[in-house]
Write a protein that binds this ligand. Structure first.
Ligand code: ZN
Length: 158
């Protein structure tokens, strides 16, 4: 089944997503595979489950250089389940963002340079890790999706 990426205006994108209750569930494992494929084929560097109509707290972080983000660092796609940012650096950094759910629009958004995140991976293991710069930006953007927030809500003064 091909997943469809919902576009801004769809009310699911504005919902607060619920926690994933059973990470090992077949449905969740397949969703992770499908979201990773979708992200890479769309030249995205991340996606959140609500963007395909699943209002649950699951994001994919898949930074890699591509035509949309030529300077992105390379990493293996990572599924973060029930992610929670537990601390932020005071320092903010501005960077250009786009979104697979907001076609044809980009803009500068201020994000915390460093964050510490608690999350579960698809094998059910708990992690607490620090991320910085571009990957921290992706994570903040994707967790916003879990809270019904889109990057256009955070654009710096027009
Ligand atoms: Zn997005």
């Amino acid at each position: 089944m091909a997943l469809e990426i919902l576009q801004i205006g769809n009310p699911i994108l504005r919902q607060v997503a619920r926690e994933v209750s059973d990470i090992e569930e077949e449905r969740i494992q397949k969703l992770i595979d499908d979201l990773i494929s979708l992200t890479l084929s769309a030249n995205g560097v991340g996606i959140a489950a609500p963007q395909v109509g699943v209002s649950e707290r699951l994001i994919i972080v898949a930074s890699h250089p591509n035509p949309r983000y030529p300077d992105a660092p390379l990493m293996s796609p990572l599924a973060m389940i029930n992610p929670r940012i537990v601390s932020y650096s005071q320092e903010m950094v501005k960077g250009n963002e786009g979104c697979l759910s907001v076609r044809g629009k980009r803009g500068d958004v201020s994000r915390h340079r460093e964050i510490e995140v608690e999350y579960y991976t698809r094998d059910g293991k708990f992690h607490r890790r620090q991320y910085s710069d571009f990957v921290a930006r992706i994570i903040q953007h994707e967790i916003d999706h879990l809270n019904g927030i889109l990057f256009v809500d955070r654009l710096d003064g027009g």
